[in-house]
Design a protein around this ligand. Sequence first.
Ligand code: MG
Length: 373
Amino acid sequence: MNGRSRTHPAACVLARLPGRVLALASVAVVAIGTIPQEASPQDSGRLWKVHDLARPAPRVVTPGRDVGQPPSDAVVLFDGRTLDAWTSQDGSPARWSVRDGYMQTVPGAGPIQSRRAFGDVQAHIEWATPSPAVGAGQDRGNSGIFFMGKYEIQVLDSYQNVTYADGQAAALYGQHPPLVNASRPPGEWQSYDIVFRRPRFNGAGALVSPARMTVFHNGVLVQDNAELWGPTNWLETDPYRSHADALPFTLQDHDHPVRVRNFWVRPLADTPADERGARESRPRVTVTAAALDRFVGAYGTPTDRAAVVTRRGTRLFVDLFGRGAPLELVAQTTTRFDFLRTAGTADFDAAPGRPTRLTVRVAGIERSLERLP
Ligand code: MG
């Protein structure tokens, strides 16, 4: 550049326009005449930068030996031997029978409830309906698992057994039919794997967010984060009313000898355990476009262009390891940059003029790269 601006072609056109149009158009001239600036990216709102090595590692849980067996942090509600974790609803000992590793409804004994109370949980439960099948519709192998004593996932013999869709096995009773009927024949063991999120109420007792369930029936997705309309009931759903954050499970006695085994739950945290992440980086210094230009180029070896630095307006980018998707760099000093949304740094050597070396630290990798001609 010789320091003198050339007349922008748009200005030649504007010279031929009447005054009023010219006044309006002059705003555009200002815009056209400025150095193009890349708009700053919107804050992603993410709590952590990508690959931040300071991000807490997840807690270790030892899974069960076989699929469906309780992991190390599970609360086992029935292990096939005793009903110690259960009572009748009046607090007296549970009167369901236990044998051969399962409990079985004793018709007329009434529902049983867990001694412990739970809110958000992952739950695994296995059940079997009587064989040969007896009865039809709702009167065939009926029981149910009530989360918090209020929200029933139906247990029913739904193998070649017609009933209303919102009351068949794996329905959220009276509200959401299962997405598919994944039932096994009567007498065979079936499984539910469930994620239950309790409803939230505010201090005034008003509903903030409804209860939700995701359910796999025999490994098949049957409820996909379904929102419950309120506590389940026969003929009509009950309205939500504020209740405790943790309440016992209830297992239904519907006068059918239904079997249950291998029932365990994992209480779930309200939210991810750690949200104290570093948000995306902000520039600490301003580096002019001309100063950024000295970093532009390729770094690595003649056979491995590991980093290619480019500039768009006043923003600097680096494409690493041939990804083909440049990452934005944000100036922390005149030679040191943070990645905008990825945890890591890019340091150019501090020699004046064009740098000869770029050191990249990202995702546990540190590479010192020579500038390529
Ligand atoms: Mg039922």
